[in-house]
Design a protein around this ligand. Structure first.
Ligand code: NFS
Ligand code: SF4
Length: 627
C-alpha cells in the first residue's frame, strides 16, 4: 500500500490537458495565468463599490472613501457581505431539503429512510410524536424547520444542542442567531451604505450570520438529508478519476443537493436502464461524483468520488463522460464551453444555477423520478457519440472507507476501550483516548481547493503531518476528497500514523482520516464537539480540537469559519479572507473574537508553519487541562 502523491495527480492532469489542447479546450490552469497578478485592492479588501459615488479604494493618499468610511469599515463590510453570501447559500440548500422532506410520502419519489432520527428531532423540538403517521410527522417537522428561516421571535432551535456555557456566551454577546433569513438580511442591511462601519459590530454580525448557517440551515440540511436518505454508516468506496469506467456510460453528479444525486443513483441502478445501456453498446452505467454531492452519495451509497473542486474539468477531459449533471454551487461555468469540445452533455437542473451552453432539465420533488430517468436516458443515448480517439481515463484511484456520521464515529470508537458498558454509545471512549494522550487531539480538515495553493498539497501534507503526531482527522467537503484520493481514507493508512493513532485505528477498525460528509455536514462536527464538551464537562473551547481550511475559496467557507470560531473552535486558514488591508480587522479576526467566543482565526500561507501552529495550539489546550 502506497499513498498517491500530488505529483502523480498533476501528471494525470497534464496528460488530460494534452487532450484538451487537441480540441481547443480552455482550463482553469490557463485562466489563472491570465488573471495573475490579482488586483491588490481587491485582495486586501480595501475596494468599496456599494454605492455609486464610488468605487472608492483606500490608499495612503486617499485614506477615506467619499462618504468618509475608513479602511476598517470597508474591509469589515466586505467581510460581512462575503459571510452573508455563504450563510445564505448553505441555508438555502438546507431549505430545499426541508421542502423535499415536506414532499416526502409513502407513495412519492422521496421516502423517510431514517424514521428514528425524524422522531428524535421531533421530540427535541417538542413536537408530539405519539400515534402519528410517519409522513404526517415528516410534514410537521419540515414545516417547523421551514419556520426557522423566518420566525419573527426567538433564536435557532438547534442552539440547545450546544453546552450551556456556549449558549451563555452567545446570549451574553448577542450572537445567538435569530431567524436564518433575518441574519442574512440584517447582514446586508448593516453593510449597506451609511450603516455600520465599526469593525467589531460587523464581525459580530458575521459570526451571528455564520452561526445561523452552522446551527441552523446547514444543520437542518444534514439532519433532514439523513432522515430522507439514511444516516451514513461506514461503507467502502473509491476515489479519483480512475473510478470512471471506460466501457460504461459515465454519469458524473456535481453540486450539493442529495435530492438530485440520490435519484440519479436510483435510476442508474435500475435494471431497465442498465439493459438500455447495454443495448446502446456499453457494458453498464457508472455514476461517480464531484464536490459535495459526491460526498453525499459516497457517504450513503458508496458511490465513488471522481474528484474534488479543481478536478471538475478533468472529468470532461477524460472524453468518457456522457453527462455531467449539476444542481447548485461550486460548478464552473467553464463546463459549458468545455463540454462543447467533447460529446459530454452538461445538464443543469436548478433555477438557482442556470448556465450558458447547458441543457436545462428542471428538477423538482414532484417530478424527480421522471426527470432523473430522463437524465439517465439522455446520458445512455449519448454513449454512441463518444470520440474514441479522445478517451483517456487516468488509471489512478484509491480505496476509501467513508460514512462517518457522528453516530457512526461514536459506535466505532466503542471498540477502543475497556469502558463500562453504560459508557458505550457515548463519546466517553473517544475522550478517554484523548485524556490518556493516546490521541493528542483532533483536527477538522475542511474546505475547497484554490489555485493560490498548489491544489490538494496543503490538505494532504497537513493531514500526513497531523496523523503522524497522533492527531485524528475528521474531514469534509473537498478536503475529504483530497484525503480519499491520496489514500488516507484507506484503513491501511494507519501505517503513516503515530503509534497512538495507529493503535486506535486498529482497535476501532477505522482509517485515520474520517469522512464526515459534505460541507453542510460540518454541522455534524459541531454536534460531535458539543457532545464531547458536554460529556467531558468542558467548554468546547477547552477541547484539544481545531479547525483548518488550508485551500478554501468560497463565501460558504467564510460562513463556516465564522460559525466554527463562533462555536469556540480555533480555525486555521491557508488563504486570507480579503481582510489584510485593515489592521483593526486583522486584530479582531485573529484575536479580538476570543473575548466573545473563546476562539479566533490564524492565517498562515506556509503549510509547515500552519501545521506546527495547529499542533502547538492542541498542546496548549492539553497543558491548560493538565492532560
Ligand atoms: Ni464546500 Fe462543497 Fe468543495 Fe469548497 Fe465547494 S464543493 S460546499 S465550497 S469547493 S469544499
Ligand atoms: Fe465610496 Fe462610501 Fe460609497 Fe463605499 S459607500 S463606494 S466608500 S462613498
Amino acid at each position: 500500500f502506497k499513498l498517491t502523491t500530488v505529483e502523480e495527480f498533476e501528471a494525470a492532469t497534464a496528460r488530460l490537458l494534452e487532450t484538451g489542447a487537441k480540441v481547443g479546450a480552455d482550463a482553469w490552469q490557463f485562466r489563472v495565468k491570465n488573471q495573475t497578478p490579482h488586483c491588490k485592492f481587491g485582495e486586501e479588501g480595501v475596494c468599496c463599490r456599494i454605492c455609486t459615488m464610488g468605487p472608492c479604494r483606500i490608499t495612503k493618499k486617499a485614506p477615506r472613501g467619499i462618504c468618509g468610511c475608513d479602511v476598517h469599515g470597508i474591509v469589515g463590510r466586505n467581510y460581512l457581505k462575503f459571510t452573508a453570501g455563504g450563510s445564505a447559500t448553505h441555508s438555502d440548500h438546507g431549505r430545499e431539503i426541508c421542502h423535499t422532506l415536506y414532499e416526502s410520502a409513502a407513495d412519492g419519489c422521496y421516502k423517510v429512510k431514517d424514521p428514528d432520527k425524524l422522531i428524535r428531532i421531533a421530540k427535541e423540538w417538542g413536537i408530539e410524536t405519539e400515534g402519528k403517521d410517519i409522513y404526517d410527522l415528516a410534514h410537521e417537522v419540515a414545516e417547523t424547520g421551514l419556520m426557522e428561516y423566518g420566525k419573527p421571535f426567538g433564536t435557532q432551535r438547534f442552539l440547545k444542542r450546544a453546552p450551556e456555557s456556549q449558549q451563555e456566551l452567545w446570549e451574553k454577546n448577542e450572537l445567538a442567531p435569530r431567524a436564518i433569513d433575518r441574519e442574512v438580511s440584517c447582514s446586508l442591511h448593516m453593510s449597506h451604505m451609511g450603516c455600520s462601519s465599526k469593525p467589531e459590530a460587523l464581525v459580530k454580525q458575521a459570526i451571528r450570520a455564520g452561526l445561523s448557517d452552522g446551527w441552523g440551515g446547514s444543520m437542518m440540511g444534514t439532519e433532514f438529508s439523513d432522515v430522507l436518505f439514511g444516516t451514513p454508516k461506514p461503507i467502502e468506496t473509491e476515489a479519483n478519476l480512475g473510478v470512471m469506467v471506460e466501457e460504461n456510460v459515465n454519469i458524473v453528479v456535481h453540486g450539493h443537493d442529495p435530492s438530485l444525486s440520490e435519484m440519479i443513483c436510483e435510476f442508474a441502478d435500475d435494471p431497465e436502464m442498465i439493459a438500455y445501456a447495454k443495448e446502446m453498446g456499453a457494458k453498464g452505467i457508472t455514476v461517480s461524483g464531484v464536490c459535495c454531492t459526491s460526498n453525499e452519495v459516497a457517504m450513503r451509497r458508496g458511490i465513488p468520488m471522481a474528484g474534488n473542486f479543481l478536478q471538475q474539468e478533468n472529468v470532461v477531459l477524460t472524453g468518457a463522460c456522457e453527462a455531467i449533471v449539476v444542481d447548485v454551487q461550486c460548478i464552473f461555468p467553464a463546463l459549458g464551453p468545455l463540454s462543447k469540445c467533447f460529446h459530454t452533455k452538461f445538464i443543469t437542473t436548478s433555477p438557482i444555477a442556470q448556465m450558458p451552453d447547458s441543457e436545462f432539465i428542471r428538477f423538482d420533488a414532484h417530478t424527480a423520478g421522471e426527470k432523473a430517468k430522463l437524465i439517465v436516458k439522455t446520458a445512455i443515448e449519448n454513449y454512441k457519440n463518444r470520440k474514441p480517439e479522445l478517451v483517456h481515463i487516468p488509471q489512478m484511484k484509491q480505496k476509501a472507507t467513508v460514512g462517518y456520521s457522528t453516530e457512526a464515529i461514536v459506535k466505532a470508537l466503542d471498540g477502543v476501550t475497556n469502558s463500562q458498558v453504560d459508557e458505550l454509545g457515548t463519546t466517553k471512549p473517544l475522550l478517554e483516548c484523548i485524556t490518556s494522550g493516546v490521541l493528542r487531539g483532533a483536527v477538522a480538515m475542511v474546505g475547497c481547493n484554490n489555485p493560490k495553493v498548489r491544489p490538494d498539497l496543503a490538505h494532504i501534507e497537513l493531514m500526513k503531518k497531523l496523523v503522524a503526531n497522533d492527531i485524528i482527522i475528521i474531514a469534509s467537503g473537498c478536503s475529504a476528497q483530497a484525503a480519499a484520493k491520496a489514500g488516507l481514507m484507506d484503513k491501511r493508512a494507519k501505517d503513516v500514523c503515530g503509534a497512538g493513532l495507529k493503535r486506535v485505528c486498529e482497535l476501532a477498525d477505522i482509517p485515520p482520516v474520517l469522512h464526515m460528509g459534505s460541507c453542510v455536514d460540518i454541522s455534524r462536527m459541531l454536534v460531535l464537539a458539543a457532545t464531547l464538551a458536554k460529556d467531558a464537562g468542558l467548554h468546547i473551547s477547552q477541547l484539544p480540537v481545531v479547525g483548518c481550511a488550508p485551500e478554501w475559496m468560497s463565501e460558504k467557507a467564510v460562513s463556516i469559519g465564522n460559525y466554527v470560531i463562533g462555536s469556540g473552535i480555533d480555525t486555521f486558514l491557508g488563504v486570507d479572507p480579503y481582510a489584510a488591508g485593515s489592521s483593526e480587522m486583522v486584530e479582531i479576526l485573529t484575536n479580538g473574537t476570543r473575548e466573545w467566543v473563546e476562539a479566533a482565526f490564524t492565517v498562515e500561507k506556509d503549510i509547515e508553519k500552519l501545521g506546527d501552529a495547529m499542533i502547538a495550539r492542541i498542546e496548549e489546550k492539553r497543558a491548560a487541562l493538565g492532560i
